[in-house]
Unconditional design. Structure first.
Length: 225
């Protein structure tokens, strides 16, 4: 199994079939400015994998390199917590999904010594949280089709009225990466063109998003790396 870095994310090359996780989203672009709307994530994927214990010890150093400084400090703090403190912090402060699993705590603390060594030696001050298109997974509790999922996720992550489209791509484009957990992350996007930019507010207490902004195509090439 080989490990390579692509688009700033650790991915794994493997001959074995992988579990595919698919997200659906919109690439909303304003015709009047040519700019597109994206969101900045609240946590890095690497941080969530470490907190939830979804890693192999041999991959930990790669995951730590993908953290931002505030996440590095949070993980060092969590290493000293008891089980109850850990679960409470994950649930009430970080508000991560599925925080109440004993497995998360056991794996996280099982590798406490190695993780502390890596975190104390890491210099991640130049890292920043990633920008992405608004996207998410199908709601299995209230069945929906893929495009309906993309619309719902846009509304949830952007929290703004989406004007009627001038044009919508009939077939979505897609991106795919295999991450260090072994999963294949597949994203399907519909290009959705509106007449003009609309105002977006900054999130106050959002579960997944820390910032929203419109960017030009040239700016997106840097932001979405």
């Amino acid at each position: 199994m080989g490990i390579v870095s692509e688009w700033g994310r650790i991915i794994v090359s493997s001959a074995f079939p992988a579990h595919v996780v698919t997200s659906y989203g919109l690439k909303v672009q304003a015709k009047d400015t040519g700019r597109s709307l994206v969101v900045r994530r609240k946590h890095s994927a690497e941080f969530i994998l470490i907190v939830k214990g979804i890693f192999r010890p041999s991959y930990l150093s790669f995951l730590v390199q993908g953290l931002v400084e505030s996440e590095r400090e949070t993980l060092l703090q969590l290493l000293s917590y008891s089980r109850i403190q850990y679960l409470t912090y994950c649930s009430q402060v970080l508000r991560l999904p599925d925080p109440n699993s004993d497995y998360n705590f056991v794996v996280f603390h099982e590798h406490r010594a190695l993780l502390q060594q890596l975190l104390e030696g890491a210099n991640v001050t130049k890292n920043t949280l990633r920008w992405s298109w608004p996207k998410g997974r199908l709601n299995y509790y209230a069945p929906e089709d893929e495009y309906a999922c993309a619309l719902r996720e846009f509304q949830e992550e952007v929290e703004a009225y989406l004007p009627p489209a001038l044009t919508i791509e009939e077939e979505p484009g897609f991106e795919e990466v295999r991450v260090i957990s072994g999963e294949v992350l597949r994203s399907k996007y519909w290009k959705y063109t509106v007449a003009e930019e609309f105002k977006v507010t900054q999130p106050l207490d959002h579960l997944e998003v820390s910032e929203r902004a419109w960017f030009t195509e040239n700016e997106l090439q840097v932001k979405l790396k």
